[in-house]
Ligand binder design. Sequence first.
Ligand code: SF4
Length: 133
Amino acid sequence: MNLLDTPTDELLAAARARRDRVWKRRITYSPKVFLPLTNLCRNVCDYCAFRRSPKDEGAHTMSPDEVIAQLERAAQLGCTEALFCLGDRPEAVFPSYRAQLAAGASRAPSTISCGRARSRSTPASRRTPTPAS
Ligand code: SF4
């Protein structure tokens, strides 16, 4: 099949047929909570709508209490996974964030290890869908 010369309807039909052959009509999802630990980031990627600097409107770093409250609420709602999201090593460029980390998570020397420390207390089960037989 030449993808560039094939009409859209035929492409969609072929894609549906392949999906149904491999996966049947199964729909999968992950019951997870999304936790944006901080939207501070040392980088400035042009396409990014997430990143903030400390004084930007909408800049936010979750406190440990916020994280725990969100995890507890998620568990009540049946979530079995937590997705931690954050900018790239904001502690490398923002002294205020370094101070926040030191004050709030003195055991965690970086954002990454802070996220790991918080995630250890969260039950998680990874589900990887497999093709239907
Ligand atoms: S959060 Fe990710 S995409 Fe956004 S500026 Fe930072 S590195 Fe780039």
